[in-house]
Design a protein around this ligand. Structure first.
Ligand code: HEM
Ligand code: HEM
Length: 127
């Protein structure tokens, strides 16, 4: 599974949905769901595109055993975070958003470990 391609593909889909949502908010003059829109764009588009481009820049990352779990956790957590922000707006229950938030934090920590193990320390050993 090419994680660079999948990260960028998901990022593009979330940009499309995020922008469509923004257009809707602007037309409806209803900004009450701005948090859903902003996080679809900044987490879904910007952060996922960067994860994908970092994978592309450092292909050695794909050889990490953490790579696939990291991708799956980030994708699932983003669904929980964004769905959960909507649920907070609709019924006030923060549970899903909290699950998504901790999941994303864990996925980010896994990416940090992968990057330091496979890139930063590997480079140190070479010089
Ligand atoms: C077709 C494209 C877009 C439209 C029509 C649009 C529309 C909007 C609207 C109507 C708001 C609500 C403003 C408010 O409540 O103050 C908003 C907020 C926001 N948008 Fe977009 N947006 C678009 C694309 C993007 C993209 C691509 C990003 C990020 C990469 C983005 C990031 C944000 C952020 C961070 C906020 C929250 C700003 C705040 O709360 O002050 N938007 N957008
Ligand atoms: C663990 C995941 C995250 C959670 C739980 C989270 C939660 C929140 C919350 C609760 C707010 C509203 C703050 C307020 O109105 O006082 C907020 C705003 C914002 N967050 Fe996040 N966030 C997360 C990740 C991120 C990331 C990764 C980015 C950027 C790449 C980001 C960018 C923003 C921006 C630009 C705003 C202000 C825009 C707005 O009010 O709509 N967030 N976030």
């Amino acid at each position: 599974m090419r994680l660079d391609i999948w990260y960028i593909a998901l990022a593009l889909l979330m940009l499309l949905v995020g922008e469509a949502f923004g257009e809707w908010m602007a037309r409806a003059h209803d900004h009450s769901l701005a948090l859903v829109h902003s996080h679809l764009n900044v987490v879904g588009w910007a952060s996922f595109a960067l994860f994908g481009l970092i994978h592309r820049s450092f292909p050695v990352l794909a050889s990490s055993r953490l790579a696939l779990p990291q991708f799956l956790l980030a994708a699932a957590s983003t669904v929980f975070l964004i769905g959960g922000l909507w649920v907070i707006w609709a019924v006030g229950d923060p549970f899903g958003a909290i699950v998504g938030a901790y999941g994303l934090l864990a996925a980010t920590a896994m990416f940090v470990v992968m990057f330091f193990q496979r890139v930063v320390f590997a480079e140190e050993r070479r010089v």
